[in-house]
Ligand binder design. Structure first.
Ligand code: GLU
Ligand code: ZN
Length: 498
């Protein structure tokens, strides 16, 4: 039997890491078994629905680069794949359950239900939920009410006694007392909209879903769904409830822990490869215990048996580390394209700017080893686009040198750079070393202030490469500016009123 799995999000928010993880596990399972991965939009909650969330869903998965085989946008044999386009079906199946005496019309209006809730609260018996008032209406009473055109909902008959048993591939046998299931949940609302339970079960069945892999928070729905499958005489898909994802503090992963929406991860400069690789390994191991896998490899290696039962802990640092690894694997040209939007956003360059394009292509070797997030690129590279803002004088000082001595070093640098060919980094380094030996000055004393003059900071991408990219003329201007800057500081420190 061909495996068919689905991701069934409700477009009531932007895609977040939990949803992506559910989707990815479903996708990997489908690929690893030669099955199909389906997207179904569960948009029955119209009050929280927004077109924007649907767009965000498509955008996110296009960006991530793994996609469904069947879905609203790509079609497929068992569509429509949007629940709001299937409303007639749900009514038909709800009515069918009523015919089979597995469900019933409930004519209670909001007033009665409200009163019921108040009474339940006041009585303190702990009783909760619907009191099954309409479950015992006679066929005659029902007929009359329908003729009077009274509004109604359709409720599922939860067996009054006994237990419901279902099986989960990960958690094994799960038993649920029927008395612990919400008394007679609504399947079809008075406005004709299905509830999640009805639409979910009908669609999983009609779409030939063989395995339901979803977050553990859906376990309480499973017994209820089992009762519906049994009522219809359908086979329930194999269930596999995925372990929770927690923050480092053991609480369910949320905004408090860091980015959770994919928009945020994207804006922070994570690569899809890194996210996929990290998320795939949340609570799941792959054959050979490596750290980095391609999507292809994950598709081949995924095994349901390798899923952990225990909750997974989301480690932002590890994800960041992964991201850095994937950045290092990029070719310069591709990496340059990836950082470009960040540089544009930071105002370092215009959208179309061939000079900047050329500069960045050369600059990637400088930053590739140091970037963990693409969003770090603007701060790291700003000095390549414009003269750096010069820091306080003390930032320029090598150990044991004072301001005057530091200025003298910069003056040496100024003369020296003119004599050196920076197109050959090794030779340039050699030339500096020779000079320092010949002149009896420390190499570090020459280089520290030079670095600050060129990049604006004591820690920066490689200095000689930077000089090579910026060119000698520009470097001399920067050294000159630093000499002036430091000379002013020196004057001030020497003036009596300072
Ligand atoms: N629409 C549900 C959700 O938002 C689907 C749950 C399920 O997979 O059954 O997650
Ligand atoms: Zn009722």
């Amino acid at each position: 039997m061909e495996v068919r799995v689905r991701y069934a999000p409700s477009p009531t928010g932007n895609q977040h890491i939990g949803g992506v993880r559910t989707a990815l596990i479903n996708y990997l399972f489908a690929r690893s078994t030669g099955g199909k991965f389906i997207l179904r939009l569960e948009d029955t909650d119209r009050t929280r629905y927004s077109e924007e969330y649907v767009r965000n869903l498509y955008d996110t998965f296009k960006w991530l680069g793994f996609y469904w085989d069947e879905g609203p946008d790509v079609g497929g044999p068992v569509g429509p794949y949007i629940q709001s386009e299937r409303f007639d079906l749900y009514r038909k199946y709800a009515e069918q359950l009523v015919q089979m005496d597995k469900a019933y019309y409930c004519f209670c209006d909001e007033d009665r239900l409200q009163k019921l809730r108040e009474e339940q609260q006041a009585s303190k018996t702990g009783e909760q939920g619907y009191d099954r008032h309409c479950r015992s209406l006679s066929p005659q009473e029902v007929k009359e009410k329908l003729e009077q055109k009274s509004g109604y909902v359709i409720r599922l008959k939860i067996p009054l006694e006994g237990t419901t048993v279902f099986h989960d591939s990960l958690l094994g046998r799960i038993e649920w007392k029927n008395s612990d299931i919400s008394p007679d949940p609504v399947l079809l609302k008075s406005d004709g909209f299905p509830t999640y339970h009805l639409a979910n079960v009908v669609d999983d069945h009609l779409m030939g879903i063989t395995h339901v892999m979803r977050a553990q928070e859906w376990i309480p729905s499973a017994p209820l769904h089992k009762i519906m499958y049994d009522a219809f005489g359908w086979e329930q898909p194999e269930l596999c409830h995925l372990p929770m994802v927690l923050g480092q503090d053991g609480h369910k992963l949320s905004k408090r822990h860091g980015a959770t929406s994919l928009n945020e991860f994207r804006k922070a400069g994570y690569l899809p490869e890194a996210l996929i690789n990290y998320v795939a390994q949340l609570g799941c191991s792959y054959e050979d215990g490596r750290d980095l896998y391609t999507l292809d490899e994950l598709e081949r290696l995924f095994k349901i048996e390798k899923l952990n039962k225990a909750p997974a802990v989301f480690d932002y640092q590890k994800l960041e580390w992964f991201n850095g690894q994937y950045i290092r694997q990029k070719q310069d040209a591709e990496l340059a394209q990836l950082v470009r939007p960040f540089l544009i956003d930071a105002g370092l360059r215009k959208e179309s700017d061939p000079d900047a394009d050329a500069l960045e292509l050369k600059a990637m070797v400088l930053v590739k080893e140091r970037l963990k997030l693409l969003s770090e690129a603007p701060a790291m590279m700003a000095y390549l686009y414009r003269k750096p803002q010069l820091p306080e004088a003390k930032e320029f000082l090598p150990k044991k040198l004072d301001l005057a001595a530091t200025i003298a070093m910069l003056q040496r640098d100024l003369l020296l750079v003119d004599t050196i060919d920076f197109s050959d980094i090794l030779k340039a380094e050699e030339a500096f070393k020779e000079y320092s030996v010949r002149e009896g000055v420390k190499l570090g004393d020459l280089l520290m202030p030079l670095r600050v003059a060129v990049t604006g900071a004591r820690v920066s991408p490689p200095l000689f490469e930077s000089i090579g990219i910026l060119g000698t003329a520009e470097i001399k201007e920067r050294i000159q500016a630093s000499i002036e800057w430091l000379s002013k500081a020196l004057e001030q420190s020497e003036s009596p009123e300072a």
